[in-house]
Design a protein. Structure first.
Length: 199
């Protein structure tokens, strides 16, 4: 690998690997409203409650913030074939895999039945792209649920960076990330879409 390639790879990692400051956290997992029992992730309600204050902190201290929505494909088919217990195991493994590939200060959410959310601090569009590519690679290499029922899953990613000047509660951010996820799902095959850009 050339020295210029090495330098680029290093700086790309730094685009999202620096430890952020000014993290806004609520009491969190001690509150049943904020804890998903299957995955031990924060719930969508936690995200909705913390998003406004976190956007305020990002503006006050001038750092970027992005939201990723990651939807797992084929879970309904797996549930029909293997049952709900298999799906629960896959969800647990996926949560563990995601945690291992993000910073401890990034927020991991069980956003919906088949959708995880990631709130990334100090991550602009470029840094968010790197995170999505890293997660896509990790998931593509992982065999879920062990011998006898080996399953390889695909996950589509939709993401958006917080840019709305008057989006004080993050509604626009949620809408843009949801639109990006819908576009990624139309493409399929582990697609990544960030604010309308297909990757």
């Amino acid at each position: 690998m050339s020295s210029s390639s090495s330098w680029t790879e290093h700086t790309d990692r730094r685009a999202w690997a620096e430890q952020p400051e000014h993290v806004v956290l609520l009491p969190g997992l001690t509150d049943t409203r904020y804890r998903d029992k299957t995955t031990n992730c924060h719930t969508k309600q936690y995200l909705l409650d913390v998003l406004g204050p976190q956007i305020g902190a990002s503006r006050q201290h001038n750092f970027p913030l992005s939201l990723v929505l990651a939807e797992m494909a084929h879970l309904r088919q797996i549930r029909f074939t293997y049952g709900s217990s298999m799906v629960d195991k896959i969800l647990e493994e996926t949560a563990t895999l995601l945690r291992a590939n993000i910073r401890s200060t990034d927020l991991l959410i069980r956003y919906a039945n088949e959708i995880y959310g990631l709130l990334l601090l100090h991550a602009n569009r470029h840094g968010t792209e790197l995170v999505c590519r890293r997660l896509r690679s990790a998931i593509s290499k992982h065999i879920f649920c062990g011998k006898g029922s080996d399953t390889i899953l695909t996950v589509n990613f939709g993401a958006a960076e917080q840019t709305g000047l008057y989006d004080l509660e993050g509604k626009e951010l949620l809408t843009e990330a949801s639109k990006a996820l819908a576009a990624a799902n139309q493409i399929g095959h582990s697609a990544i879409v960030i604010a309308g850009i297909n990757l």
